[in-house]
Design a protein around this ligand. Structure first.
Ligand code: ADP
Ligand code: MG
Length: 243
């Protein structure tokens, strides 16, 4: 069985330091996978490899929807199917909220201005900030900015959404509003891979939790098993430290 996202023997090194040491992972269409693990374990590198924001070693293979994550035209096809949300929101400061969401469909797809604006307003409503569309990002709270970043990623109608600690840079009172949007998204059947320290979210929303350490998947399974009843000592130690 291969997944909608299929990762085989993923290896990556920085110089002599091997940050990913043979990751194998299949994510089914519609599945929500949360990736947890200590800082420096390779979680960000793993998800950045999926749309090749990071290169990886030649013996590794990643397929998204059957398309190899390679270079050139295949990579452009993969990137059109993969949306990404980062810890830092990375909105364009000189564009309004609506313009931020319109940008990729305009540039990449050549969508008309009117269609892109209409779609942007739908997406902004979906993430609960329709009334902020004409503002510039600096006038929004962190939670609102991150919701714009999610709307911007959704504007390309991705098949897979990658999240890298989307709530880690937020003030605590804003974490919930972003997780709520992600929870809604999960319900709509979008395939999601979420690096997070939010164990409550993982336990409620994930179909599967993956624990990584030192560039490898140490343990994985349903959230109830991994978060409450882990087998591996490293998983226990990590959860003991964060819970
Ligand atoms: P995580 O997201 O789990 O905290 P990362 O994937 O960011 O881990 O990083 C894994 C390891 O790779 C860390 O030890 C980090 O210092 C190292 N690393 C990440 N990016 C680079 C880079 N550009 N050059 C060298 N080492 C890096
Ligand atoms: Mg990281």
């Amino acid at each position: 069985m291969t997944g909608f996202v299929s990762i085989r023997n993923l290896r990556k090194s920085y110089g002599s330091f091997e940050v990913l040491r043979g990751i194998n992972l299949d994510v089914a269409k519609g599945e929500v996978v949360c990736v947890i693990g200590p800082s420096g374990s390779g979680k960000s590198t793993l998800i950045r490899c999926i749309n090749r924001l990071e290169g990886f070693s030649p013996e590794s293979e990643i397929l998204v929807d059957g398309i190899p994550v390679a270079t050139g035209r295949a990579l452009a096809r993969v990137r059109a199917e993969v949306g990404m949300v980062f810890q830092s929101f990375n909105l364009f400061p000189h564009l309004t909220v609506r313009e931020n969401v319109m940008l990729a469909p305009r540039r990449v797809r050549g969508t008309s201005r009117a269609d892109a604006a209409r779609r942007a307003d739908q997406l902004l409503a979906r993430v609960g900030i329709a009334n902020q569309a004409d503002k510039y990002p600096e006038h929004l709270s962190g939670g609102q900015q991150q919701r714009v970043a999610i709307a911007r990623a959704l504007a390309m109608d991705p098949q897979v959404m990658l999240f890298d600690e989307p709530t880690s840079a937020l003030d605590p009172e804003m974490v919930g509003e972003v997780l709520d949007v992600m929870r809604d998204l999960a319900r709509t059947g979008v395939t999601m891979i979420v690096v997070t320290h939010e164990m409550g979210f993982a336990s409620q929303v994930a179909d599967r939790v993956i624990f990584m350490d030192a560039g490898q998947i140490v343990e994985q399974g349903p959230p109830a098993q991994i978060l409450s009843n882990p087998v591996e000592p490293r998983t226990r130690n990590f959860l003991g430290a964060v819970l």
